[in-house]
Design a protein around this ligand. Structure first.
Ligand SMILES: Cc1ncc(COP(=O)(O)O)c(CN[C@H](C(=O)O)[C@H](C)O)c1O
Length: 350
């Protein structure tokens, strides 16, 4: 049994590095609600430049980053946002855009590659009618979490951006893993999000920061976002402590994402050799591996429970599938150990 836990539940599970902890301890801070925390200010400027946008705002979570972005774009009651039926905003954020923001979600089916058919996006846009909400926003997700970490191409994003502009709409990208997409596609991140009016970027996923996300957009957008963040209770005081760690995460971990993708591919190739599993290694584009259990006698919960006894942590993705997520604190030997444990688990269960 491994002495340490091999945690494949998500790329949100990393522990801050020593460099992050040192930066947190040494951070130059101030009250960011009353004035501007100098470390937060520097980090926000750094992220705006990296993403090719005018301004940026540090927020406590990706969920709040998406909520604030949607609410800034949909600031009139009776607004409607077009988004994927399998998107994180629609599936995993407690319906916050509706329950808190009064924004009506108009879902369009997500394709297996994470896109929504552009003709179905156009068909979802409301024409003026006193029976209808008013469409104000289109949301994309890149990479797409529920579609296996698939990347949306820059051509697709530009096309949706053209549609948004042609109809007087805004475009938001849930870019929780936008850097994974940028690295996998070989497209600079500022080019990848050029067509977007706003992007929410998770620092606490593959980049390995302990907390937080950053939203980027125009100065006017970020000024409005700052007010909404305060409204939602997200105004933070000496937040430079968190921004210092996030700065180190971008500096130190961005360059490791390609290796995460390599390990994910290796994991999928290894799973393919296990007879009780179906998995398509060719479908692995970034750091996520989804596989199906063939034998109906074994549920994903059963398998996860036995894996946990071997110190391998994973999460069910559906009634028949499991999700493994690679992050920079998973080594090649951890991948091999996890594969061994999956085989042992089936032996123990069958
Ligand atoms: C695409 C996307 N957008 C937003 C979020 C929300 O980020 P947080 O609110 O957890 O910081 C997540 C988190 N994703 C988490 C994970 O993958 O383990 C869970 C599912 O919430 C996400 O995957």
């Amino acid at each position: 049994m491994a002495s340490k836990v091999v945690d494949l539940r998500s790329d949100t599970v990393t522990k801050p590095s020593e460099a992050m902890r040192a930066a947190m301890a040494a951070a130059d801070v101030d009250d960011d609600v009353v004035g501007v925390d100098p470390t937060a200010h520097r980090f926000q400027s750094e992220m705006a430049a990296l993403m090719g946008k005018e301004a940026a705002l540090f927020v406590p979570s990706g969920t709040m980053g998406n909520l604030i972005s949607v609410l800034v774009h949909c600031d009139v009651r009776g607004s409607e946002a077009i988004l994927g039926d399998n998107s994180h905003i629609h599936v995993y954020e407690n319906g916050g855009i509706a329950t808190i923001g009064g924004v009506h979600p108009k879902t369009v089916p997500n394709n297996p590659d994470g896109t929504m058919d552009v003709d179905r996006i156009v068909a979802a846009i409301r024409h003026p009618d006193l029976h209808y909400p008013t469409t104000r926003l289109i949301c994309l997700e890149n990479t797409h979490g529920n579609c296996g970490g698939k990347c949306l191409s820059v051509e697709y994003i530009d096309k949706v951006g053209e549609i948004a502009k042609a109809h007087g709409l805004k475009l938001h990208i849930d870019g929780a893993r936008i850097f994974n997409a940028s690295v996998a596609l070989g497209v600079p991140v500022d080019r990848l999000v050029k067509a977007a009016d706003s992007v929410s970027v998770c620092l606490s996923k593959g980049l390995g920061a302990p907390v937080g996300s950053v939203i980027v957009g125009s100065k006017d957008f970020i000024d409005k976002a700052r007010i909404l963040r305060k409204t939602l209770g997200g105004g933070m005081r000496q937040v430079g402590v968190l921004c210092a760690a996030a700065h180190v995460a971008v500096r130190d971990t961005l360059g490791k994402l390609a290796d995460d993708h390599r390990k994910a591919k290796a994991l999928a190739e290894g799973l393919k050799k296990i007879k009780h599993i179906t998995v398509d290694p060719a479908s692995v584009e970034t750091n996520m591996v989804f596989f199906d259990i063939i034998d109906p006698r074994i549920s994903p919960d059963n398998l996860c429970q036995v894996l946990e006894q071997h110190n391998v942590l994973a999460m069910p993705a559906s009634s028949t599938s499991i999700r493994f997520v690679i992050h920079y604190q998973i080594s090649d030997s951890d991948v091999q150990y996890a594969l061994t444990c999956v085989e042992k688990a089936f032996e123990e269960l069958l």
